[in-house]
Design a protein around this ligand. Sequence first.
Ligand SMILES: Nc1ncnc2c1ncn2[C@@H]1O[C@H](COP(=O)(O)OP(=O)(O)OP(=O)(O)O)[C@@H](O)[C@H]1O
Ligand SMILES: [Mg+2]
Length: 338
Amino acid sequence: MKTVHPLPDEASVVPVRQPLITVEKLTVDMPLGRSGSSVRIVDGVDFTIGVGERVALVGESGSGKSLTARALMRLDRLAKLSGRVDFDGTDLLKLSDRDMGKLRGSSIAMVFQDPMSFLDPLMTIGDQVAETLRIRGIGKAEARKRALAVLDELGVDRAAERLDAYPHEFSGGMRQRVVLAMALVGEPRLLIADEPTTALDVRVQDQVLDLLDDVSTRRGLAVLFITHDLGVVAGFAERVMVMYSGRIVEDGEVASVFAKPSHPYTQGLIKAVPRIDQDLNTLYAIPGAPPPPLARPSGCPFHPRCDQRFDRCGVDLPALQPVGMSRVACHLLDGKGA
Ligand SMILES: Nc1ncnc2c1ncn2[C@@H]1O[C@H](COP(=O)(O)OP(=O)(O)OP(=O)(O)O)[C@@H](O)[C@H]1O
Ligand SMILES: [Mg+2]
């Protein structure tokens, strides 16, 4: 008898990536001066990044993007973290400081907005790129060889000569490549990039993004990219997570979120992107400002600014729930007045 194979449904055609990092109920509490009390900045965040996946994290200033990213690497000594951060089978929040130190650079690396504050003006480029490897006990000659290879990979011309140059001899774009090289030389599997192109002019910004795109594809490197710029998200990321007041309010594929944002906050962010054909008098801004973490409103933290709010929004905190291929935290999904 002939076997009939059912046609795969649409969802199963999408390749499912193997998870690289899975974050569950992550909270970040920061101390309030010396009072002994603290304030919850990141308030129960769940997400997964797949092997080689490029995910953008967006949201207004102060929403907790940087503290979320820094929590994954346990960079803030004063932060009190809870939840789970599973990286390739290990809960990073349970690792000893020593083991966490070994993992930084070799499994997860981070680049920041301002390359100059990250570079030591008194140390040569070659030594700085090689340093991550030297700390791991790799010999000087081998570390220098690998530093050269990664600078080459990142398009630094005459890299061999420039190993002995100092940061002030490099342009802004070249410095950002050096910082990227420092992050990538340890062959991490996840790169966290916190607004790495914001300080660069648009042309250099595009070059750095193209470069990251190439490296991520070639190496199968996953990237968590934090940015304010939705244009950058559209050009670079496959998935976007939208953060508001310490929580993720929408998470989905870039194309579908941009075409049909579900959360009123995401709708506002997209509406606020100026278009080239737009009359300057019609520029849109979401009314009001995000709440300070110590004065979060009850219910949905976005409700005071939301033009679609109804009674329940001021009372219940909406959970992040699946909607098609996305996740959204909004009561509208349960039907108005439900
Ligand atoms: N070390 C700290 N101690 C106490 N509060 C902090 C600390 N760092 C940040 N915060 C507060 O936590 C909140 C979130 O900060 P975070 O830097 O994560 O925001 P962000 O989304 O990255 O913003 P931006 O887009 O401006 O970079 C802000 O209200 C900020 O004032
Ligand atoms: Mg930030």
